[in-house]
Design a protein around this ligand. Structure first.
Ligand SMILES: Cc1cc2nc3c(=O)[nH]c(=O)nc-3n(C[C@H](O)[C@H](O)[C@H](O)COP(=O)(O)OP(=O)(O)OC[C@H]3O[C@@H](n4cnc5c(N)ncnc54)[C@H](O)[C@@H]3O)c2cc1C
Length: 424
């Protein structure tokens, strides 16, 4: 009699959700294949620090293969999934490959969205990948380099206008970090421009910044950002982005650097599954995180909306994706043990955090709110704790300490693409 092969779990996406499934399946009687279109797991919460020349790329990303090297039952594959054949139970890859599965976990996350104006992306890039971060860093630094050589005051002003669209945590963090870079870290390094005169504008369509935080924390963050020199424009929806600048609240501002932090759209998992999706393209999953009509397929993290936070929607966050990963791993392990009854996922909220520059932050734990310098320390310690590996924790802590003490950023590197400022 042939020995049955162990149950094959295929995980698509090695982000917070996918890796958490792999980790939590340790010891279960399964073999696992994890597929990602990139070879690294990325710590997105610190991505803005790569974009603003604080951290190096290798401090916030790790090769997936290396992370899972000790788990002999896991095969790591580099590949982009572009479809699923439910009847044959296979995952299709862009290069034509096919991977069969018994259980499939889709943890493919989300990307920034432009509310139907995808053509804005070339003028107003968003922040989601390491490439996005280094390209944003390049845009910011190149604008300053070009301004240094620009004699026309109107063109120079456009080069020194930095507009961030969207005042959620990412927009607030980007705005604070760019203001510090231009106003505090770089002034001594340029001769023809005063980088302290760079304008950093945070533009928001809604009535306040950090809308997912309570009104008092949002007001505190508003005041702290203003002190850093960020100009905040509320109730001003953006109606145009172009190579010349941006129109918000009906008015045009010439700006060569526009950054997008205003909206996200889920991966195309709903289309692969032919499943119902919400307005952001996320798969409407069952309460146990399975795809409708497909108990063998789980969808987790940013690519699945679920109202499992005491009836409220679960936020798109790293802890939420990780908790869903643990829930799914437990469900798979129970099924392998013969128990098939679905159990609903319940989210436990650990708090909302956002930092404003390198000295202030706001934190809402629900039962207590913290703000200012103490909140920044809690934010910093929490982020260092969640980084993977002692070397990275030390490297990030040292980079922060160095900037804090010396005020200089060692990661001000213009890389990728056209590396020299073009002659006018
Ligand atoms: C700039 C930024 C800052 C953030 N800050 C915070 C924060 O401070 N705190 C917090 O809790 N959350 C934060 N988040 C949100 C958090 O990072 C996400 O909620 C979390 O990463 C979601 O996990 P996930 O597993 O669903 O997706 P991800 O972690 O995004 O992982 C998705 C993975 O799927 C892979 N993938 C996608 N499509 C395919 C495909 N077709 N084929 C193969 N692989 C594919 C991707 O390469 C990626 O590795 C931030 C996000 C961003 C972008």
């Amino acid at each position: 009699m042939s020995v049955p092969l162990p149950h094959h779990v295929v995980i698509v996406g090695a982000g917070f959700g996918g890796l958490s499934v792999a980790h939590a399946l340790a010891g279960a009687p399964v073999r696992i294949t994890i597929i990602d279109q990139r070879n690294h797991h990325l710590f997105q919460p610190l991505l803005y620090q790569v974009g603003t020349a604080t951290l190096a790329t290798s401090e916030i990303a790790w090769p997936v293969r290396h992370l899972l090297r000790k788990r002999r039952e896991i095969v790591t594959l580099l590949g982009a999934v572009n479809g699923i054949d439910h009847a044959a139970r296979t995952v299709r890859l862009e290069d034509g490959g096919e991977i069969p599965y018994d259980t499939l976990v889709l943890a493919t996350g989300a990307r920034h969205a432009y509310f139907g104006r995808d053509e804005w992306e070339q003028f107003a890039p968003g922040l989601k990948t390491l490439e996005d971060a280094t390209s944003i860093r390049r845009r910011i630094l190149l604008s300053l380099e070009r301004a240094e050589r620009e004699s026309d005051p109107v063109k120079r002003a456009a080069l020194l206008n930095f507009v961030i669209v969207g005042a959620g945590p990412t927009g607030v963090e980007l705005a604070g970090a760019i203001a510090e870079l231009a106003h505090q870290n770089l002034p001594g390094e340029f001769r023809h421009i005063d980088t302290r005169r760079a304008r950093v504008l945070l533009v928001e369509a809604g009535p306040r910044i950090l809308p997912s935080f309570t009104a008092d924390l949002s007001a505190y963050a508003h005041a702290a950002l203003t002190r850093l020199g960020v100009e905040i424009h509320l109730d001003k929806p953006v109606s145009e982005c172009s190579a010349r600048g941006v129109i918000f609240g009906g008015e045009f501002l010439a700006a060569k650097t526009i950054l997008w932090a205003a909206g996200v759209r889920a991966s195309p998992a709903a289309a692969w599954l032919d499943a119902p999706a919400d307005g952001a393209g996320r798969v409407r999953v069952e309460t146990d995180l399975t795809a409708p009509g497909h108990p063998e397929i789980f969808v987790i993290g940013d690519t699945a909306p679920i109202e499992a936070w005491r009836g409220k929607p679960v936020p798109g966050s790293a802890p939420a994706a990780k908790q869903q990963g643990v829930h799914v791993a437990a469900a798979i392990a129970r099924r392998c043990a013969g128990e098939h009854a679905p159990r609903p996922f319940r989210y436990r909220h650990s708090g909302n955090l956002a930092t404003i520059g390198k000295r202030s932050a706001v934190i809402d734990f629900g039962w207590v709110k913290v703000r200012g310098n103490l909140a920044w320390w809690i934010w910093g310690i929490a982020h260092i704790y969640f980084l993977i590996g002692v070397r990275n924790r030390l490297a990030v802590a040292l980079s922060w300490l160095w900037i804090f003490l010396s005020g200089s950023r060692s990661a001000c590197l213009i890389t990728q693409g056209e590396s020299r400022p073009k002659a006018r």
